[in-house]
Design a protein. Structure first.
Length: 70
């Protein structure tokens, strides 16, 4: 079952695969930005940026202001 079909997970469908993976590593698995960057082959700054973008997208869906302006 994909995350988009789990009960209560509908806001997750707005996330890109990269955003979903960053949140999974950072929130579910508790990795630091540095650890997640190693897993993803990225930089800690990029991980933090993608996490911020993912949280902004989820906030927009939850508060009813989706879609985000360009």
């Amino acid at each position: 079952m994909s995350s988009s079909t789990l009960p209560g997970s509908w806001p997750l469908v707005v996330l890109t695969d990269e955003q979903h993976e960053v949140l999974r590593l950072r929130v579910v698995h508790g990795l630091s930005a540095e650890q997640a960057a190693l897993v993803l082959g990225s930089t800690p700054a990029e991980v933090r940026l993608v996490q911020h973008q993912a949280l902004e997208a989820l906030r927009a869906v939850i508060t009813g202001s989706w879609p985000l302006p360009p």
